[in-house]
Design a protein around this ligand. Structure first.
Ligand code: NAD
Length: 420
């Protein structure tokens, strides 16, 4: 299987095959502007010193400051971070935000670290990179296995190094220090807004729509809750340990699963959705091809590949995860008339809410949660319509359409600046 950056470059080439992109422009878009690789020393609880590898890739800032999350995961590597930073540049352009794209990561299993060690690691990441980031340069946010607590520590460390409090340096922070309530639910809410639009357009009813969700973290469980509350039938859910699927057509209750997973005082939980005895156990592989109408990958990359794409039963895929579908799988799904709402559109609610948080931070103002959610829905629907129109215009799938739209916008910004 190709690495995520090779897949990302294939997606770029697929868009370049649809619309004219100058040779020099394409070459520029095939390379990140800056790559930072750092060593982060942490004094562990056992007294020993351990060094972790960290990355920040700043892909393109033609449209505005770099923007993108930081991932703590044992499988983080430079190709993954490069791909994620490229997708951020595309995503911000698809939804029309005044940002470029970046991404960061640390190669670590955070579940093996104590709270103190994790704080040291988070502060060490900022010490290694603080000259390269900031509210007008590059604004990080949470991603897989990082959360608002990690953002709080990082914002504090950045502020300590600068000598003044800088809430606009990180988004996804705790509400008490400049975060916004709507940020935690925004990724899922944005994707859910699009699901509602698609169901409405196809004259279906939520009660008749069966949903399977891979990943029960921030993106996956909030989506499950929104869908459950609106009357959709959740028939499968998974996390890194495995999956559960409904027995005798019974809808899975995400609230009960969340109660089971939540452990007081812990940053990461060891419990899994599989600990619930109410449902049937399955594997993640089985969940992806199970009988359902809508599949929501909300975990990691490269899950739907040429090996399992033709077995996918869902009619619609809403990609809350980044990069869950390979380009080869995309071709198969398109031929099988599966609608794929691509990551760069489906999960853009997260960065859109981050933009709202940052805007409020730098202007010292605050909006109500309902106002924020209304603006989020407006941007998601407008972006979906733009992608839909582009797909119809060129007779292409939504991913290619999103890339075409984004590349046109990034190119216009680069032209405006006189880069190309
Ligand atoms: P999270 O850390 O809160 O949750 C990740 C979930 O994925 C967990 O349930 C974990 O058990 C599961 N998981 C990890 N490895 C797995 C594997 N090998 N197989 C199956 N499940 C596995 O992370 P999150 O914030 O929910 O992010 C999930 C995805 O959504 C990522 O691809 C992320 O880049 C993307 N995303 C998140 C946001 C956001 O705001 N949180 C925004 C945009 C995109």
């Amino acid at each position: 299987m190709k690495n995520p950056f090779e897949n990302a470059m294939q997606q770029l080439q697929n868009a370049a095959d649809v619309v004219e992109i100058g040779e020099g422009v394409l070459e520029l878009l095939q390379k990140p502007q800056r790559i930072h690789e750092i060593a982060i020393p942490v004094k562990m609880d056992n007294g020993k010193l351990k060094t972790f590898r960290g990355y920040r890739v700043q892909y393109n800032n033609a449209r505005g400051p770099y923007k993108g999350g930081i991932r703590f995961h044992p499988a983080v590597d430079i190709d993954e971070v490069k791909a994620l930073s490229f997708w951020m540049a595309i995503k911000c352009a698809v939804v029309g935000l005044p940002y470029g794209g970046a991404k960061g990561g640390v190669e670590v299993n955070p579940k093996e670290l104590s709270k103190r060690e994790l704080q040291e690691l988070s502060r060490g990441y900022v010490r290694g990179l603080y000259l390269e980031i900031g509210p007008n340069i590059d604004i990080p946010a949470p991603d897989v296995y990082t959360n608002e607590q990690v953002m709080g520590w990082m914002m504090d460390q950045y502020s300590l190094l600068k000598g003044y409090t800088s809430p606009g340096s990180f988004t996804g922070k705790p509400v008490e220090i400049g975060g916004i309530t709507a940020r935690a639910t925004a990724t899922a809410r944005g994707g859910f807004t699009l699901l509602e639009r698609i169901i409405e357009q196809s004259n279906k009813k939520p009660q008749e729509t069966r949903i399977a969700i891979q990943g029960f973290g921030n993106a996956g469980y909030v989506f499950a809750q929104l869908a459950y509350d609106a009357g959709y039938k959740i028939v499968g859910v998974s996390d890194s340990r495995g999956a559960i699927v409904s027995k005798n057509g019974k809808c899975i209750n995400p609230y009960k699963l969340l109660e089971l997973k939540q452990e007081k005082g812990k940053i990461y939980c060891d419990k899994s959705v599989c600990d619930s005895k109410e449902y049937k156990e399955a594997t993640n592989e089985e969940l992806l091809v199970m009988d359902c109408n809508v599949l929501v990958p909300a975990a990691i990359e490269n899950q739907i590949t040429e090996k399992n794409a033709s077995d996918v039963k869902a009619e619609t895929i809403i990609e809350l995860a980044n990069g869950p579908t390979t380009p080869e799988a995309d071709e198969i799904l398109y031929k099988n008339n599966v609608i794929v709402v691509p990551d760069v559109l489906a999960n853009a609610g997260g960065v859109t809410a981050s933009y709202f948080e940052w805007s409020q931070n730098i202007q010292n103002t605050s909006w109500s949660e309902s106002e924020t959610n209304r603006k989020l829905a407006e941007i998601m629907i407008e972006s979906y319509e733009n992608v839909y129109d582009t797909a119809k215009k060129y007779d292409i799938d939504y991913r290619k359409a999103s890339f075409v739209l984004a590349i046109e916008r990034i190119t216009q910004a680069m032209e405006g600046r006189g880069w190309v």
